[in-house]
Design a protein. Structure first.
Lengths: 332, 384
């Protein structure tokens, strides 16, 4: 019998139901997360009915309060899951994330644990405009003290959320608005996805392709087309940005000699830059071409749909880059 | 411009036959339009374009079978005109431009003993890539065994001490076999009266740097190579590459074999600078500390067996160089002077072995003549 398929929303919801049943210290908070509404994206649906209003609670529209409360609760024995309705709103609570959440364990000399998750959706594709379409993982990636998780499919989303709820460090968990309703196989049995382990989606010999978030599905489609053209691609989804599984990426590049990194976030200072630098440091003598980055344009994301689409890498961009890299040896 | 390849239209498909081209060269097409019909072992299918464009060139005509992934046509962007397009040739390097080479290719070239100078790169801007080094390494094995029909040389019998080949020995064996079997070589020799050069060296002995006779040889060759740029060259198939710089390799005998460290840009160096480099390179060679980039890039080689009492010998061209100089020992000999009397002079035997694909007898003779002139007259040497 084929494995059942769930959307990412269903997978995340199931993870919360299962973990909250297992661990009474876990609770959710955020804007409109409580039943009957169940959250702007339905991630927390049914949790109030099953576990009560204290364990799935609505908050005022104050991101600083949401995250601040979570920081306090996590220090005093609870495991909060704080939802930001759009990750773009992190600007409002960034002091809580940057200066409190990321640093408290260190500044208190390890006297407290901080088992909390700030989770929310990011990404473009719905015409939500510049302030509601961003990919902001680089800000969290650059902040020591935070785990940063970015699942690309329902299986990883559920497995990673469960893993995050079973460890004691603060996590920023980044979902994507355009992946919420994409279905994927999710087992009925209990499983976990380990943090800090990349997934090699396809094995290949000609070029290593590293993709994150919504770019993974575009990369998968490109890999299938490239295989027909005789170009063999090794596709890697890091899944967690910190801790980042550089070993898997570097070992792959040492075999293929070529690498393309694709992410939706703007190119300048994006995570692709860090990965490229580390590949250069660790595998310089194995590179047959400079590492390529395909990424969002360095501009605020436009509102008009055709312009919004032109701002982020598409499947065609991945195809073109891979063909040029393998056939002509690179772009420059 | 992109390659349009034979698509893999099925899991088991390894090759396909182009049945017919549905458009002609120069025709424009739209995304999704069928541009060719292809037959596999299972079916006949129409192949569609991935994007709007124009057919620039048909590479595989109708009726031909090719493996999956083989380019069968060249497509251009809409509006591009179909010109006679050259096959993807290695981009020639702009004169004096820095050599572009990927780190991987550089490492592979060092590991396999492939000389980088003269290697054509097929990457962007003429960058040398892994595939270029692999092609060069594969080309070193002679494409056709020269004595394919001759009986194989009898293998030596089993008794006796067996010495495994070191990597150096193996490289020498490969390269010299390749040189001797694939390059038509000839030799020109003459004896040179080196009285004045020896006197010049004597006069400089009180200086800090002890100049060896080799340093004068290097400068004499560097001057001669500058005067005869056709000798400072490499055969490259369809063309001869005349190198910008004169990089002179010195054959140095070391434990277990021979290495050829290179004095770079020798034409611009003074005798003192040549002496310093020669000393450092020979020391590094003898202690096994030469770096890969000290062993590559040579455009000419000098091999000197005079120290071993050899009067004269013939060296084998060191590919991809076009010529090599073999030097014997200085011997005081009776010679007939201008005025008919017999005098005793220090004579040196020089033999140039040349690649006949690049140089003819007269070229080699003139070049050797220049070296001889510099050593005989000793008035062009530059100390500092």
């Amino acid at each position: 019998m084929a494995m059942r398929e769930l959307t990412m929303v269903q997978a995340l919801n199931e993870a919360l139901h299962e973990e909250m049943a297992r661990d009474a210290t876990i609770f959710c908070l955020g804007e409109d997360v409580a039943d009957p509404y169940g959250g702007a994206y339905q991630i927390t649906k049914g949790l109030t009915y099953k576990f009560g209003a204290e364990r799935n609670r609505n908050t005022p529209i104050s991101e600083a309060a949401i995250v601040g409360v979570a920081v306090g609760a996590a220090q005093t024995g609870l495991r909060p899951v704080a939802e930001l309705m759009y990750m773009d709103f992190m600007g409002v609570c960034f002091d809580q994330i940057l200066n409190q959440m990321a640093k408290i364990r260190f500044m208190l000399g390890g006297q407290v644990k901080l088992p909390m998750i700030v989770r929310g959706q990011q990404g473009s594709g719905r015409g939500n405009g510049a302030q509601h379409s961003q990919s902001l993982e680089a800000y969290f990636f650059h902040t020591p003290g935070l785990l940063v998780v970015q699942p690309s499919n329902p299986y990883d989303a559920k497995g990673l959320l469960k893993s995050c709820l079973r460890q004691d460090n603060p996590v920023v968990f980044l979902e994507h608005k355009m992946l919420y309703n994409v279905k994927g196989p999710v087992p009925e049995e209990e499983y976990l996805v380990p943090l800090g382990v990349a997934q090699t989606i396809s094995e290949g010999t000609d070029v290593t392709l590293v993709a994150t978030g919504a770019m993974v599905n575009r990369a998968k489609a490109a890999v299938a087309k490239l295989a027909e053209e005789g170009i063999s691609v090794e596709l890697i989804d890091p899944r967690t940005l910190f801790p980042l599984d550089l070993d898997t990426i570097v070992n792959s590049v040492k075999r293929t000699g070529r690498c393309i990194i694709v992410h939706e976030a703007q190119k300048r200072g994006g995570i692709g830059a860090e990965i490229a630098a580390q590949i250069m440091e660790r595998a310089f003598d194995y590179l047959d071409a400079p590492v390529e980055r395909l990424a969002g344009l360095d501009i605020p994301i436009p509102y008009a749909p055709h312009l919004e689409k032109a701002t982020v890498p598409q499947e065609e961009d991945i195809l073109r880059a891979a063909r040029r890299l393998v056939r002509e040896g690179g772009l420059r | 411009m992109t390659d349009f390849v034979m698509p893999k239209a099925g899991i088991t498909m390894d090759e396909g036959t182009v049945v017919s081209w549905l458009i002609k060269v120069g025709d424009a097409f739209k995304e999704g339009q069928s541009i060719a019909t292809v037959e596999t072992d299972k079916s006949t299918i129409d192949v569609n374009a991935n994007e709007d464009g124009v057919l620039l060139e048909i590479l595989v005509p109708a009726g031909t079978t090719v493996p999956v992934g083989t380019p069968i046509a060249r497509l251009g962007r809409p509006g591009e005109r179909a010109e006679a397009s050259a096959p993807p040739a290695p981009a020639p390097r702009a004169a004096g431009a820095r050599m572009r080479i990927s780190p991987l290719a550089r490492r592979m070239a060092a590991e396999r003993g492939v000389a980088l100078e003269g290697l054509a790169g097929t990457g962007p801007g003429g960058r040398i890539l892994r595939r270029d080094v692999e092609a060069a390494a594969a080309a070193r094995r002679p494409a056709t065994a020269p004595a394919a029909t001759a009986p194989a040389a009898p293998a030596p019998s089993g008794a006796g001490r067996r010495v495994a080949l070191t990597r150096m020995r193996r490289t020498i064996a490969e390269r010299m076999t390749q040189s001797a079997t694939t390059i038509p070589q000839f030799r020109v020799s003459r004896e040179v009266d080196v009285t004045r050069t020896l006197a010049a060296r004597e006069a400089l002995l009180p200086l800090q740097v002890k100049l060896s006779f080799t340093d004068f040889l290097v400068q004499a060759c560097a001057l001669a190579l500058t005067e005869h740029p056709g000798v400072n060259a490499s055969f490259a198939g369809a063309e001869v590459i005349q190198h910008e710089q004169v990089n002179i390799g010195l054959a140095v005998a070391i434990e277990g074999g021979l290495v050829v460290p290179v004095i770079r840009d020798a034409a611009r160096l003074s005798l003192l600078e040549i002496g310093r480099q020669r000393e450092a390179l020979v020391a590094a060679a003898r202690s096994g500390k030469l770096m890969p980039d000290q062993l590559t890039g040579g455009t000419f080689t000098i091999s000197n067996l005079g120290a071993f009492g050899v009067d004269s010998f013939d060296a084998i061209v060191n590919p991809p160089e076009a010529a090599i100089l073999a030097v014997g020992q200085v011997v005081r000999k009776p010679v007939v002077a201008e005025d008919g009397t017999v005098v005793v002079r220090p004579m040196l035997s020089l033999t140039v072995t040349a690649d006949h694909r690049v140089l003819d007898g007269a070229d080699a003779a003139r070049f050797l003549g220049s070296i001889a002139a510099h050593l005989t007259q000793a008035d062009q040497f530059r100390l500092a």
